[in-house]
Design a binder for this molecule. Structure first.
Ligand SMILES: O=C([O-])C(=O)C[C@H](O)[C@@H](O)C(=O)[O-]
Ligand SMILES: [Mg+2]
Length: 429
């Protein structure tokens, strides 16, 4: 092995990035959200970057991995998983409770560890690509498309955070007219032609009305509604019936494979998930029972870009569709998402991305959507460059935080406006 490819140093930089007051069934986004920036520096002097969740429970796992990694080659991506299993130990947070922050079903040690490994895997791929002069998509077997389509990710939202934070000019969106106005701006500014509404916030009939209003404003466009498992089977079937003529898919209407299978058996509207199928062991039962027709991949969940491609192959084999999920993220992850999406055959749905909501970034040049699509970079590695000043500023914000924002907590942010708020139990409606 060429010593230039050996990892010399790993730098972890937790940051807090601004996030608007987006509503979901758990509560509302806090003014700042944590992310972790991973830098892998090779003995050849090349730096690769990756990004993942930055809450304390992820940092606990990332630190021992960062310490153990020097001396390993950036090419040994399979070894990364074994090393992580060996050194990371169990996270204090993996208590099988529902992962409120990530809205990703029950949290387990495996899920937390894989999310951390994903940031390291991407950083290694970036370093390897830069060393070889190849784009990340080439390291994954080569792109099958030159651009990747994203959908507009619409949220009910407040105009501002009650406790302060950064401001923006989006205004509130709390009814069908507000949702349509938001969608029109997304279409105008980014060219998106497919739309997803984050639901589970208001009574189902209000959300049905919002999707109907979108269908009128954008006739024939793909529309999705995602209440993050907030509905009963009965309510899910009711919503599916009301919207069957306009929905591309219904995303996680009900919680868990059992309920999703029941809903799927009662409607022809395809069901998508980023909650009941988020790891490989969850696939056999969900597929055998026909609980989901589309899996939303997310390289942070599945353990990186190679594993996302493995997921895609399994979905293809079983005739299950593939789309892509997104939590709040920066431009590093968007670059990684775009590279892997570019290599996957049969990506039949526009990918989700929170990116248009993010006013801050740690890369020097922001990604720009054109016609709702991102061009796939052919530059070496991910094709992004760290803006060290911005990174330092967002890290400073993390250092100065008293701890309230370091762990995402949408319910506590909601309590600022509604002191009696508790995370709703499921099904909520
Ligand atoms: O189910 C989904 O698509 C998500 O969980 C995406 C995000 O987590 C979103 O719901 C959020 O951040 O409020
Ligand atoms: Mg979802």
């Amino acid at each position: 092995m060429d010593t230039a490819m050996m990892i010399d140093t790993v730098r972890l930089t937790p940051i807090l990035m601004a996030d608007p007051p987006l509503l979901n069934t758990q509560g509302v986004h806090q003014p700042y959200t944590p992310r972790l920036i991973v830098e892998v520096v090779t003995k050849g002097g090349v730096t690769g970057v990756g990004e993942t969740y930055g809450d304390g429970k992820y940092l606990d796992i990332a630190r021992p991995l960062a310490e153990a990694l020097p001396g390993h080659p950036v090419t040994d991506l399979n070894g990364l998983f074994a090393l992580a299993e060996q050194v990371c130990g169990d996270s204090r947070a993996a208590d099988e409770s529902v992962d409120a922050g990530g809205l990703r079903g029950v949290q387990t040690t495996d899920k937390l560890r894989l999310s951390v490994v994903s940031g390291f895997e991407v950083a290694c791929l970036d370093a390897l690509g830069k060393t070889l002069g190849l784009p990340v998509h080439a390291l994954l077997g080569g792109k099958v498309r030159d651009s990747v389509e994203y959908s507009a990710y619409l949220f009910y939202r407040w105009a501002a955070h009650p406790e302060g934070g950064e401001s923006d000019d989006w205004g509130a969106a709390l009814d069908p007219a507000g949702v349509v106005a938001q969608a029109r701006r997304f279409a105008r500014e980014h060219g998106f032609t497919s739309f997803k509404l984050k639901g589970g916030v208001f009574e189902p009939d209000e959300e049905i009305a919002a999707v109907r209003a979108l269908a009128e404003a954008f006739p024939g466009r793909p529309l999705r509604l995602d209440p993050n498992g907030a509905w009963s089977v009965k309510t899910s079937l009711y919503v599916a019936e009301e919207l069957k003529d306009v929905l591309e898919y219904l995303e996680d209407p009900a919680s868990g494979t059992d309920r999703m299978a029941e809903v799927a058996a009662g409607t022809d509207v395809p069901l998508a998930t980023n909650m009941c199928v988020t790891t490989f062991p969850e696939i056999p039962e969900a597929f055998a029972r026909g609980a989901v027709q589309i899996v939303l991949s997310d390289h942070h969940y599945w353990g990186g870009l190679h594993r996302t491609r493995e997921l895609a192959a399994i979905c293809r084999t079983f005739g299950v569709g593939l789309s892509m999920h997104s939590n709040t993220h920066l431009g590093i992850s968007l670059a990684a998402m775009t590279h892997v999406a570019a290599t996957v055959p049969g990506l039949g749905h526009a990918c989700d991305s929170h990116y248009p909501w993010q006013t801050e970034d740690v890369i020097t040049t922001r990604h720009v959507f054109d016609g709702g699509r991102l061009a796939v970079s052919d530059a070496p590695g991910l094709g992004v460059e760290l803006d060290r000043e911005r990174l330092a500023a967002l890290h400073r914000r993390w250092l100065e935080d008293d701890g309230t924002m370091r762990d995402r907590d949408d319910a506590s942010a909601m309590r600022v406006a509604e002191p009696g708020w508790r995370t709703p139990s499921v099904p909520r409606w």
